[in-house]
Design a protein around this ligand. Structure first.
Ligand SMILES: NC(=O)c1ccc[n+]([C@@H]2O[C@H](COP(=O)([O-])OP(=O)(O)OC[C@H]3O[C@@H](n4cnc5c(N)ncnc54)[C@H](OP(=O)(O)O)[C@@H]3O)[C@@H](O)[C@H]2O)c1
Length: 264
């Protein structure tokens, strides 16, 4: 039998920003269910215990695989819920220049950061009504080619572009889509992507808290903004890109990245 439970769907909920989205949506909105998605089952169980206001539905899924995506789409078909929030947050990277990535890593990054975002958005949209929100987690590096993380920044440029187009396409349906473009955030992301080369302390001392980034994203989504950027030092980047030659900035960012966060 079909029901119309009000739900949130959050990918990459096992850590960092996704975990924080689940907590803040649970605390601030009255929903029947929050679908939390990620590969690590134990983390999903831990998060589920913290979500007291809404029922946590744990979906263990690898979003780089068709089977993982099918788990979400078939659950939507079976339950036909009213999706109030879709947070496409899962994402990954691998450090190093493009030529250093393995073919498998290229596939993983493109599958999780691009294909999953497009497909999940596409098959979730029929379950979204007027007043609902899509938050697409891109990155500030989606604004410019970030040498040293070439494929990652290209994948986030995709998310940023898709999100902005969707904001317009969905306007008449009164479904809001926002691109969330964080700068450095203190999560597991850099550690996972750096293959142990990361100088953790220096980078984290400059990073923003996931709680603040998510609070800004949800606030900006309520205000129907096109893009959410937390922190003045990050907000300035799209401005610099408009003022200075792209080549100079790419040089500076590449130099900064190699000297600060990663050591070969
Ligand atoms: N941290 C930053 O500095 C920063 C800056 C800008 C943008 N972002 C973006 O913010 C988003 C969240 O990242 P984060 O900082 O919170 O990093 P994180 O702590 O590493 O979290 C990444 C999340 O993505 C999930 N994920 C990765 N690969 C997956 C796969 N194949 N299938 C399913 N889930 C997968 C992980 O879950 P499992 O491992 O359990 O599957 C995890 O929950 C990403 O899209 C990232 O690109 C991060």
């Amino acid at each position: 039998m079909k029901s119309f439970r009000k739900i949130a769907v959050i990918t990459g909920a096992t850590s960092g920003l996704g975990w924080e989205f689940a907590i803040q949506i649970n605390n601030n909105y009255k929903l029947d269910e929050i679908w939390i998605i990620g590969r690590r089952k134990k983390r999903l169980e831990k998060l589920a215990k913290k979500l007291k206001n809404s029922k946590a539905v744990q979906i263990t899924a690898d979003l780089s695989k068709d089977t993982g995506l099918a788990k979400i789409s078939s659950r939507l078909k079976t339950h036909s819920p009213d999706v109030v929030f879709l947070v496409n947050n899962a994402g990954m990277s691998k450090s190093g220049n493009f030529s250093e990535l393995s073919l498998d890593e290229i596939k993983q990054i493109m599958d999780v950061n691009i294909r999953a975002v497009a497909q999940i958005t596409h098959f979730t949209l029929p379950y979204m009504k007027e007043g609902s929100s899509i938050l697409q987690v891109a990155s500030i590096v989606g604004f410019f080619p970030f040498a040293g993380a070439a494929l990652y920044s290209a994948s986030k440029a995709f998310v940023l572009s898709l999100s902005c187009s969707l904001q317009r396409e969905l306007y008449d349906k009164k479904i809001h889509c926002i691109a969330v473009c964080p700068g450095p955030v203190s999560t597991e992301f850099i550690k996972v992507s750096s293959r142990g080369k990361f100088k953790q302390f220096k980078q984290f001392s400059r990073a923003y808290g996931a709680d603040d980034v998510v609070a800004t994203a949800l606030k900006d989504s309520r205000k129907k903004r096109l893009i959410s950027i937390h922190g003045y030092m990050v907000k300035i980047i799209p401005v610099l890109i408009r003022i200075f030659p792209r080549k100079w900035l790419m040089f500076l960012f590449y130099k900064g990245r190699n000297s600060r966060a990663f050591k070969k």
